[in-house]
Design a protein around this ligand. Structure first.
Ligand code: BGC
Length: 451
């Protein structure tokens, strides 16, 4: 897989360290490239960042009301009831979570939207929601959408392993509306369409007015920020707002150095040639990159030498998950017993300590690159609006990678310090739990206020 011809394990690991390294200079170059791509995206020129206007500004914190919210964008689909108290608090009295069967992710769009309508029906029944009155609903649809109004937008392209047919190029609100009708649900009024990053920023700034960036570090990755409408050159007409949130779709940023492992992963994905940053940073892919390196190490006889059972248990695509990496890196026991227990679960008994240690090291190499790329991307957006980092910034982040991966946040913060020394303290990262779900409701409330 690789061109280098290392002889021993130590040498190969130092080769991997270099291959996956993101130096301070790399981060500075990435920030400059990000700014170039942002500019192109805002102008409407071809580039890797779509910079999609959301037609909505940040909330003020005084929005009130009761909403239903849908959240589609990863392996689970969620339905939430959200109450906004008008004082910066969003409460979720009822929530339902449904695993999306792979045959619906990759089947027909009609089947996918019928499944969604079915989940909503169950949610309404289980939570005894009154169907004799109308409920406003906000839809968080976390894929690149060409938004044309607050409650209208066409899917540009699927990401994160979805391929359902007949959705690309269609207005997803219409598809949802039709599926609700087919299911006989007439008590829902769809009032807003939002991306999860936009929802996260809305939820973050509902609570804290200093919040100016929303980021997702989960199955996929993305960010949005508040932009002056005068800088969104591609916008032809705008009514009544001088700022709006821009969904960057930063997962598609492509000026990043790829390793041979990244190229193999990309070729085997459902969207080759796209979403390079996402494929190096997000939870859907980190486990698979690690598995590809693992296979290479085994083929070179540098890990589990001679153990065929091991190879077999990692042979299948996606058979090693980012959650497994989390477990490995979180194993603080002296004998790396948690890693040992995991391997036993895969039929690999008595794995040598050295092998367990190297597995953990490998996870660190892959996840550290992800954290540093993610950190540099955050700095790029912050310095776009505040080049000298003169103000303080709160970044609201949602997603399991940020929430659960040991050390991920710390590594991002170290990247900030390398880049901006003591000024790095002006950047605060907050976990915005459920930001994407609550945020959609907040956006619906902002939209309702504007009407
Ligand atoms: C999608 C974005 C989304 C991100 C995080 C990406 O694959 O293109 O729209 O915000 O995942 O869920």
């Amino acid at each position: 897989m690789t061109n280098a011809k290392p002889v021993g394990c130590e040498e190969f690991f130092s080769y991997l360290e270099t291959l996956f390294s993101v130096s301070e200079n790399d981060m500075r170059a990435m920030i400059r490239d990000f700014h170039v791509e942002m500019k192109k995206g805002l102008r409407g020129d071809d580039g890797s960042l779509k910079m999609i206007p959301s037609f909505i500004d940040r909330p003020k914190g005084d929005e009130k009301g009761q909403f239903l919210a849908l959240d589609l964008g990863g392996t689970n689909f969620r339905v939430l009831a959200v109450i906004l108290d008008g004082k910066g608090r969003a409460v979720v009295p009822a929530a339902g979570k449904f695993a999306i069967p792979p045959e619906h992710m990759r089947g027909t769009g009609v089947a996918l939207f019928d499944f969604i309508a079915g989940c909503i029906d169950r949610f309404l029944i289980e939570n005894r929601i009154d169907r004799s009155r109308t409920h406003d609903l906000a839809f968080t649809f976390s894929f690149p959408v060409e938004q044309t109004a607050i409650a209208a937008g066409k899917l540009m392209v699927w990401t994160k392993g979805f391929t359902a047919t007949g959705v690309k190029g269609r207005d997803v609100i219409v598809l949802l509306h039709d599926a609700l009708k087919r299911k006989g649900i007439h008590c829902i009024n769809i009032t807003a369409l939002a991306n999860d990053a936009v929802g996260t920023l809305a939820a973050g700034s509902y609570r804290d007015p200093a919040c100016d960036l929303g980021v997702i570090l989960g199955t996929g990755t993305n960010a949005c920020y508040r932009e002056a409408v005068s800088r969104i050159e591609k916008l032809k007409t705008v009514n009544g707002t001088d700022h709006m949130i821009v969904n960057m779709e930063w997962g598609n940023f492509h000026k990043v150095r790829h390793t041979p492992y990244d190229n193999v992963l990309d070729k085997g994905s459902v969207n080759p040639g796209a979403m390079f940053l996402e494929k190096m940073v997000s939870g859907m892919y980190l486990g698979e990159i690690t598995r590809l390196v693992l296979i290479d190490l085994m083929e070179k006889g540098l890990l589990f030498p001679g153990d065929r059972a091991v190879r077999a248990s990692f042979r299948e695509k996606d058979s090693f998950k980012t959650a497994d990496m989390s477990l490995f890196e979180g194993d603080g026991t002296d004998d790396l017993g948690k890693i040992g227990a995991f391997l036993e679960g895969r039929g690999i008994f008595h794995a040598a300590f050295g092998d367990r240690f190297r597995l953990k090291h490998l996870c660190r190499i892959v996840s550290r690159r992800a954290a540093r790329l993610g950190g540099a991307a955050i700095c790029a957006v912050l310095t776009w609006g505040d080049p000298e980092l003169q103000r303080t910034h709160t970044v609201a982040i949602d997603g399991s990678l940020f929430e659960k991966y040991p050390g991920f946040k710390g590594r991002m913060k170290r990247a900030f310090t390398e880049l901006y020394r003591e000024k790095a303290e002006k950047i605060t990262l907050v976990h915005s739990k459920d930001g994407s779900g609550k945020g959609a409701a907040i956006i619906a409330a902002v939209a309702a206020g504007r009407k």
